[in-house]
Every structure is written in structure tokens, then in C-alpha cells.
Design a protein around this ligand. Structure first.
Ligand code: F6R
Length: 370
């Protein structure tokens, strides 16, 4: 059942490309416009949506954070991302024009289920992004957009994260289409770029895994790791930190690169591993340069720096001790490749430490209690 892989996690990381490809399948009409046939909510209702609130936990919440950057940019409506277990306790502002998007791999996470029930009681529509057909969360939602990642067995979520981002992006592009906030050509261009992602993810799996494993060997004794990123790299950093703590039991913190000087830089001492998600070097704009200067700052304090960067980025090459390369792609799509070496890193570190990669201690695959 592991298909020859040493663990389910290994198998599932190698299914990252197909999770993306399959989640894109069947979402278009003959003209190439986005058609979310399975979502039985009228176009008219979608047109009236003026706010999105994503409710989710853990990895799924980081997929929501990534989607926030894209959807706000494309649709020009506010997107809030709330941990499902916090949501109900703060009297959230919900109207019939609010779309609540519940993201869940298992579809059985009680915290997320309770959040969506609360949203529906307040008169908001709930759309589930879910990987498990017929599970509780889609059953209790007004609509569902299934991710087609295939069953995820390993406790740590990997391929589902990529599929969640793709599904949320399809929702965003669909909203842009019905609300007319983007031209059809622009939408098609992004869809084309999304369709090109599985091959780029495959490239990372084929050509960066050795590099990741070497880094894991070198760093397996480290007591803690820091992860930092900016813009969509920020939730990717959070996700990389979560994977490493849950699988390899390494103390990690993920944070926004701009926060460094507001506190976390005090943690940096000689040899501290710091993983930095570097945005596209194309044009070497402020976003890229700011993150590079973050690498310089931690390096000046003795950090061992690991960058995830675009192939050929001269600054990453110059300032980072180790680089995991990604093929060039638009910034908003880069989380789909950048998370892959971080998934591998967590898995390799756990394996080197002799831990059970698929079943980390204290954790269950779906958390069906509040
Ligand atoms: C992390 C992980 C958890 C889940 C979270 C939500 O690897 O597996 O953080 O992402 O418990 O689970 P679902 O998506 O099933 O609602």
C-alpha cells in the first residue's frame, strides 16, 4: 500500500505533483472559463460576497493564509484567516454577504466543524474545501470544492496542503471571473501557470532531494530551527516549522521576516539553523531584497542559513550556506514548490533520528475532539 516507499509520508510527498494536477482537473468549461459545477451556489450569490473568512486548523490554516494574498489581490475583497478554535470565541462579524471557507483535509476536525456551524447560524454561507468525500464538514456546508489529493495516511499533512492552495486559488479566480475584477485573459494566464506547476514540483523532487538530505544529516543534531518568510513565504515558513516540530520533535518557530528585528533575532546564536523562503529574484525587487537582507542579518550573528530560492538567484548563492532551488514561477504560485523541500527536510530529519515518520507521538490524523 506504500507503493514501494519506506513511509506513507514519503509516498505522499511524491504525490505532490499529482495532487496539484488532479485538483485542477474538471474545473473548466469548453471555452476555458472556470466552471465550478460541483459548487451549487448561484453566480448571483457569489457576486454579492463582500468578505471571506477562512476557518481552519494547522496546515489547512496556512493554506488559507497563502490564499489570502492571492484572493485579496485578484478579487479585491477582504479575506480573514482565523484558527477555527478561536473563531467562535470572538463574536466574529458575519453577514449573508460573508463567505466562510472551511478548509480541512479530513473533513472531521471538530474545531472546524463547530466554527462552520456557528457561521451558518449567523446566516453566512459556508463553502468547504475538503479532501474526504462525504465527511462531516462538506456534509454540513452549503457547498464543497473537493481537493483531489487522494487519501492522506501519514499524520503530517503534505500533498493535501498543495491541493488546498490550488482549490482556494480556483475559488479566487472564479470569484474574479464572476465579479469582473480580472480580465478573462489574465485568468487564463494564471490557470496556464498553475497547470505548469506539477512539472516544477517534480523538478524539485528529482533534483533537490539529495541536497535536502545532506542538509538534514548535517543539522539533525540541532536543538531548534527558525523559519522566516515574507508575503506568501510567511505561511510557507509557518508550515515548514510545523512539519519539523511534529515529525522530528525539533523546537521550531516560523515568523514573518520583518518581525526579526522586533524580537526573534535575539534567538539567533552561533550555528542556529535559519531557513529562509526567498521570493523570486526576477527583477530583484524590494520583496526579494528585504528577505535577502534578513539572511544577511541572521548570518552576521552566526546563523547557519538555508535558503529556498529561485534557480540562479545570485544573492541566495552569495549569502546562504545551503540553497534548495526552485524553478522560476510567479510569486503567488511559489508556495506550491517552496513547501516541498521543507516537507522533505522534516521527513529526512525524523528518519535520521530513527522516529516513526508516519505516526508522530501524541498526534492523531484527524482531531475529532474540541
Ligand atoms: C499538520 C497537520 C495538522 C492538520 C490539522 C487540520 O501536518 O496534519 O495541523 O493540518 O489538524 O486537519 P484537517 O485538515 O483534517 O482539518
Amino acid at each position: 500500500e506504500k507503493g514501494g516507499w519506506p513511509s506513507f509520508m514519503d509516498k505522499e510527498i511524491h504525490e505532490d505533483p499529482s495532487a496539484v494536477a488532479d485538483t485542477l482537473l474538471g474545473r473548466f468549461d469548453a471555452k476555458g472559463d472556470i466552471a465550478l459545477d460541483e459548487v451549487h451556489i448561484d453566480e448571483e450569490v457569489f457576486r454579492s460576497i463582500d468578505k471571506i473568512i477562512v476557518v481552519a486548523c494547522g496546515t489547512a490554516s496556512y493554506a488559507g493564509m497563502v490564499a489570502k494574498y492571492a484572493i485579496e489581490h485578484w478579487v479585491r475583497i477582504p479575506v480573514e484567516v482565523e484558527l477555527a478554535h478561536e473563531f467562535r470565541y470572538r463574536d466574529p462579524i458575519l453577514t449573508h454577504r460573508t463567505l466562510v471557507v472551511a478548509i480541512s483535509q479530513s473533513g472531521e476536525t471538530m474545531d472546524t466543524l463547530m466554527a462552520l456551524r456557528h457561521a451558518r447560524e449567523q446566516g453566512s454561507r459556508v463553502l468547504a474545501i475538503c479532501n474526504t468525500q462525504g465527511s462531516s464538514i462538506p456534509r454540513e456546508s452549503d457547498a464543497v470544492l473537493y481537493t483531489h489529493a487522494g487519501p492522506e495516511i501519514a499524520v503530517a499533512s503534505t500533498k493535501a496542503f498543495l491541493a488546498q492552495i490550488v482549490a482556494a486559488y480556483m475559488l479566487g479566480l472564479y470569484l474574479a471571473q464572476v465579479k469582473g475584477t480580472m480580465f478573462a485573459d489574465e485568468i487564463r494566464q494564471i490557470v496556464g501557470q498553475l497547470k505548469a506547476m506539477p512539472a516544477k514540483i517534480q523538478w524539485v523532487l528529482d533534483h533537490q532531494a539529495d541536497q535536502v538530505e545532506q542538509a538534514a544529516r548535517r543539522l539533525s543534531g540541532a536543538r531548534s530551527f527558525l523559519f522566516l518568510g515574507r508575503h506568501v513565504g510567511y505561511p510557507v515558513a509557518m508550515e515548514g516549522a510545523l512539519k519539523l516540530k511534529e515529525i522530528a520533535y525539533t523546537f521550531t518557530e516560523g515568523f514573518a521576516a520583518g518581525e526579526l528585528k522586533h524580537g526573534p533575532i535575539a534567538l539567533v546564536e552561533e550555528g542556529e539553523p535559519v531557513v529562509v523562503i526567498v521570493p523570486s529574484s526576477h527583477g530583484r525587487d524590494t520583496l526579494h531584497n528585504k528577505v535577502i537582507s534578513g539572511i544577511e542579518e541572521v548570518k552576521a550573528r552566526g546563523a547557519f542559513t538555508i535558503a529556498v530560492a529561485e534557480e540562479g538567484d545570485p544573492d541566495a548563492e552569495r549569502y546562504a550556506d545551503v540553497v534548495f532551488w526552485r524553478p522560476a514561477c510567479p510569486t503567488l504560485l511559489s508556495p506550491l514548490v517552496d513547501v516541498v523541500p521543507l516537507q522533505l527536510l522534516a521527513m529526512d530529519m525524523a528518519q535520521i533520528k530513527g522516529l516513526d515518520v508516519d505516526k508522530p507521538r501524541n498526534l492523531a490524523k484527524s482531531v475529532t475532539v474540541e
